[in-house]
Design a protein around this ligand. Structure first.
Ligand SMILES: [Zn+2]
Length: 380
């Protein structure tokens, strides 16, 4: 387990770098620009400069043996530049990102674009067709990256996707929502310890950024470990399209493309708000959860977040904020079990109360334990 001190140091480094970056963001990194700008071979197509094409990744891991082809949309700009990858629907029930990728690719004009955008609106088509977070075998695809060629079904799908698509990316934005009847305030997750990742997060504009390394097995973590700067955009809840969350994501990606030299930069948005860590507040009791706060609300230590009432015994317990923070994610009103992660608090630099105990949840993202139930970390 990585202790809190390490996380703090990492974050401090990120903040310093954030300050040091100033307003001058570099253009496309020289090493990512090909000497001769020609056709990009990807999967079953070659995309020439100025072209928009649809490639196909065949994923044949269905129970019934049917091949489900994953469409991969590619826009190759007329001019050399980096390759930005946008992925959504790794969790098949998370819809906002699907729409963000679709609209981004549809709006792109290859004549004005520098570099290449690779968009995968629905990575987990199996889950999407069944409105499920999971693959058909109930595995969470976002715990298996970068995958193994001879591993489990999930691991093979992850491997195939990672090797044939993600390895072509210079930068990655993976799009998600809250999970299981939870909703997220639009925010980014990024490892701010890495300067290139920090640059990506900053390019997204006036968004909340939560510093985290990313759980092992997530696409973001695997890409980061492979040297590809990657951020996650989290917004809204599963099974719903939320227009404002989609719009915010579109704006952020547009700004990001300006910041990394792929499109004409726009007027700089406000600086992102950075949270150096986050904490899940769990219910110790089972019952009916009724929230007393809203997404984005700032809460003081001890503030009432919600109540849980046992429908049979009528006993009521309260969930209170253990930190000064901002509600960045929360459960919708529902019946909960003891241990249910109900409120996600983002905690800003300098707002930390005394050092938390090492076994507290906030360090959980640094823990390598893929045996944990998925619901233990109801995110990404
Ligand atoms: Zn997700």
């Amino acid at each position: 387990m990585t202790g809190g001190v390490t996380t703090r140091r990492a974050f401090a480094a990120g903040v310093c770098a954030l300050a040091a970056l100033g307003s001058a963001l570099p253009g496309p990194a020289a090493e990512t620009v090909q000497e001769r700008w020609e056709g990009l071979p990807l999967l079953d197509v070659v995309v020439r400069p100025g072209e928009s094409r649809r490639a196909t990744l065949a994923v044949s891991e269905s129970f019934v043996g049917a091949v489900l082809d994953t469409p991969v949309l590619v826009v190759r700009g007329m001019h050399p530049g980096p390759t930005l990858c946008l992925t959504a629907g790794i969790h098949g029930d998370e819809l906002n990102g699907v729409e963000i990728v679709r609209r981004t690719l549809q709006r792109l004009n290859a004549q004005e674009l520098r570099g290449t955008v690779i968009g995968v609106p629905i990575v987990n088509l199996h889950g999407f067709r069944r409105s499920s977070r999971y693959l058909p075998d109930r595995r969470d695809l976002n715990r298996y990256f970068p995958g193994r060629s001879r591993g489990s079904s999930a691991s093979r799908i992850a491997y195939s996707f990672f090797e044939s698509v993600i390895r072509s990316c210079d930068n990655l934005v993976d799009l998600h929502t809250g999970s299981f009847h939870r909703t997220n305030l639009p925010h980014l997750r990024a490892n701010l310890e890495i300067p290139e990742t920090l640059e990506l997060a900053r390019g997204f504009g006036s968004t909340i950024v939560v510093h985290s390394f990313g759980t092992q097995g997530t696409l973001r973590r695997a890409a980061t470990d492979a040297g590809i700067p990657a951020i996650t955009y989290e917004a809204g809840e599963p099974m719903r399209f939320v227009q404002s969350d989609v719009e915010r994501g579109l704006e952020g990606i547009r700004d990001l493309m300006g910041a990394i030299g792929m499109l004409k930069p726009r007027r700089r948005a406000r600086e992102p708000q950075v949270f150096n860590r986050s904490h899940w507040v769990r219910s110790d009791d089972g019952g009916i959860l009724i929230s007393q706060v809203e997404l984005g609300e700032r809460v003081e230590i001890g503030a009432l977040l919600g109540t849980v009432t046992d429908p049979l015994s009528n006993e009521k317990s309260e969930l209170r904020a253990p930190h000064l923070g901002t509600v960045i994610g929360m459960a919708l009103n529902q019946v909960v079990m003891p241990g249910f992660a109900a409120f996600h608090l983002g905690i800003r630099v300098g707002e930390d109360p005394p050092l938390p105990q090492p076994d507290e949840d906030w360090a959980i993202e640094a823990v390598e334990d893929t045996a944990m139930e998925n619901d233990e970390r109801p995110e990404e």
